[in-house]
Design a protein around this ligand. Structure first.
Ligand SMILES: Cc1ncc(C[n+]2csc(CCOP(=O)(O)OP(=O)(O)O)c2C)c(N)n1
Ligand SMILES: CC(=O)[C@@H](O)[C@H](O)COP(=O)(O)O
Ligand SMILES: [Mg+2]
Length: 645
């Protein structure tokens, strides 16, 4: 290495790690942490999880040979160090930015990345399949899966472990146990890991006993049997619930996940073992960076840009959708003792922590277990309660069958509150909440509300919790709540859910713009432009969007063109549902639908992505102008709206 050059700059690929001395590795780990803090402070991202896996990632790359050996990171939010040592250091200035490095593994970025799915608890299933596949093909590779203690609370992990235990493929499962998901990981599994963590002597005692036995005259099978008996005795005495071994999986650990030599020794043993093996590494989320280590609220799981010196977040404070929901839920819970909350391991970021604080015992953290959350909610409803399941929109997708059959078939009053609905942004396609209105729109008896501002969120949440004969969804986007947009008037209400809000109108009735949720401001701005161009426009917010509100039928009849605008996929979305409603009611007014195309859209800011897919005022105005011109001719018609200026 040149004088003055950093160790970090000498690492162009995993091979460069293999020759480093213990001292150099310690230095490199420190440089990696400094690099991550400096870069992520500017872009935002998963700083806490990545600071915790520096030594672990270096050990993986030193003991195994990626890409010949296959690395899978569960969830993938902890793969920054892996990116750094596989030739992507230069990309970190553009981390999670449009066109820049993704925040997760990415096949397009590197041959070292395989699994891009950022929904938790899938790695062991991928690993099981890959290990079986390589065995079938006669390929000699290790499959190495890193799974967090949080991800391990997801049911798929246990389905996979059940299968993996019955194989003898070279599959190494590294449990990255930092005791936290977002908040501290909960439940029996977390308790079990904690018990194991508190018994660091287990492996050491085993080694001592093994040494002693090897000095005795026992050989072959008698030695093995004696070893096994002693090992089991120690296990029962030192770590009485060594569940992994009871499941039939070799367990190595617990290992100090910040002790480079210990990690490499454990991974080396796992590699030599040749069959499925669990390495239990104990790490600290945020290791080496005090603001992230002291992070009670888990703000450093994935903060936006921050001051690296103090850890202070740089974004100006704003009123978030989540806060409005959380406060209203607490209000409602004060009035209704039957209302309880559920979060799938995200208490603070979904706002369920506020309910837990106000009414201890009435909020449940079920772990990263959206399917269980849903059916457990069904159970709570069967027991006479009204559960509110607060979840990010993208994560409810995996509980479709539970929503359909466990909840809706039984007509159970469960309210799902879908935060981060619509295009979210820097986390990329796995995190966009764009499928809910299509996917859950087909569930019989399920009603979906899409509030447009804080006031309507409060109102629609109350309406949803007031429904007692089936499930409801209330969905809202990420970030700050827009300014209030009061209705000019409310019409209809014949379907029992309170009617539609007219947000803007002209005397002339050319275009009926059906605006879903937070697109209301955008729609009113489009209407103003269309009115300037001489088209008559009515903007209506249906409030409850699935099933399509029957009150739209008479309104549509009064217009020459219906345009729907939604923050979700067009395929099977609100536009399709309204179109079907109109057809079923023999309304022959043409309909055009605007929304998110059914393609994989790369990460970026919400604004950048909406611009790319043409959901901006100028683009929508142009398109509607074209459509409207085909069915009517323009003439002056001033727009009336509650928006000033
Ligand atoms: C199905 C699903 N639900 C929720 C999330 C949101 N989420 C991302 S990381 C995380 C916590 C993961 O905890 P753990 O696996 O222990 O990893 P750590 O962050 O502690 O390294 C959660 C809940 C997700 N990615 N996927
Ligand atoms: C990996 C994951 O699923 C979450 O950590 C997600 O990145 C958080 O997103 P928010 O920042 O919107 O809470
Ligand atoms: Mg964890």
């Amino acid at each position: 290495m040149n004088e003055g050059a950093t160790l970090l700059s000498s690492v162009k690929g995993p091979q460069d790690l293999k020759t480093l001395s213990p001292e150099q590795l310690t230095g490199l780990a420190a440089e990696i942490r400094d690099f991550l803090i400096a870069k992520v402070a500017r872009t935002g991202g998963h700083i806490g999880p990545n600071l915790g896996v520096v030594e672990l990632t270096l050990a993986m790359h030193r003991v195994f040979d990626s890409p010949a050996d296959r690395f899978i990171f569960d969830t993938g939010h902890q793969a920054y160090v892996h990116k750094m040592v596989t030739g992507r250091m230069d990309g970190f200035d553009q981390l999670r930015q449009r066109g820049g490095l993704t925040g997760y593994p990415s096949q397009a970025e590197s041959e070292h990345d395989l699994v891009e799915n950022c929904h938790a608890s899938t790695a062991l299933s991928y690993a099981d399949g890959m290990a079986k596949g390589y065995a079938q093909r006669g390929e000699k590779r290790h499959v190495v899966a890193v799974v967090g203690d949080g991800a391990l609370t997801g049911g798929m992990c246990w389905e996979a472990l059940n299968n993996i235990a019955a194989t003898d493929n070279p599959l190494v499962i590294i449990v990255n146990d930092n005791g936290r998901s977002y908040a501290p990981t909960i439940g029996g599994l977390a308790d079990h890991l904690a018990t194991l963590r508190l018994n660091p002597g287990y492996e050491k005692v085993l080694d001592l006993v093994k040494d002693a036995l090897e000095k005795t005259p026992l050989v072959g099978k008698p030695l093995f049997d004696a070893l096994h008996a002693v090992k089991k005795g120690i296990k029962d005495a030192v770590a009485p619930q060594a569940m992994f071994e009871d499941l039939g999986l070799k367990y190595i650990g617990p290992v100090d996940g910040h002790d480079q030599a210990a990690l490499e020794s454990a991974l080396g043993r796992a590699r030599r073992f040749g069959g499925p093996v669990i390495v239990h590494a104990v790490t600290a989320k945020g290791y080496g960076y005090q603001p992230a280590l002291n992070d009670e609220a888990d703000r450093f799981h994935a903060p936006s840009a921050f001051d690296p010196e103090t850890g202070r977040l740089l974004a100006a404070p704003s009123l978030k959708w989540t806060k409005v929901f959380a406060e209203e839920l607490v209000e409602i819970a004060g009035e209704r003792p039957d209302v309880v909350g559920i979060t799938a391991a995200m208490p603070e970021s979904t706002g369920i922590d506020k309910l837990a604080a106000a009414f201890p015992g009435r909020a449940y953290d079920v772990g990263i277990a959206e399917q269980h959350a849903t059916t457990s909610a069904a159970g709570l409803a069967l027991a006479g309660l009204h559960p509110v399941v607060a979840i990010y929109a993208t994560f409810l997708n995996r509980a479709f069958d539970q929503v359909l059959l466990d909840v809706a078939l039984h007509r159970l009053p469960v309210t799902f509150v879908l935060d981060r609905a619509g295009i979210t942004g820097p986390d990329g396609p796995s995190h966009y909440g764009i499928w809910d209105m299509s996917v859950f729109g087909v569930v019989p008896g399920l009603r979906i509300a899409a509030p447009r501002d804080a006031e309507t969120l409060r109102e629609e949440l109350r309406e949803a919790i007031g429904v007692d004969d089936g499930p409801t969804i209330v969905r809202f986007p990420t970030g700050a709540v827009p300014a209030a947009l009061p209705a000019l008037r409310r019409v209809g209400g014949s379907d029992g859910l309170g009617g539609l809000d007219v947000l803007a109108e002209t005397d002339r009735k050319d275009v009926l713009l059906v605006s879903v949720g937070a697109f209301a401001h955008l729609s009113v701005q489009v209407a103003a432009k269309l009115a300037e161009r001489g088209f008559g426009v009515t903007v209506v917010d249906p409030r409850w969007v699935r099933p399509a509100p029957v009150d739209l039928v008479p309104l549509a009849r009064e217009h020459k063109l219906v345009v729907t605008l939604e923050d979700g996929v067009r395929a099977g979305g609100v536009g399709d549902a309204v179109s079907k409603l109109l057809r079923d009611n023999e309304v022959d007014v043409p309909l055009r639908d605007l929304g998110v195309p059914s393609t994989w859209i790369d990460h970026g800011t919400r604004a950048e992505i909406l611009a790319e897919i043409g959901l901006t005022v100028p683009e929508i105005t142009e398109r509607v102008t074209k459509w409207a011109s085909a069915v009517t001719s323009a003439a002056p018609s001033p727009l009336v709206t509650s928006v000033r200026g």
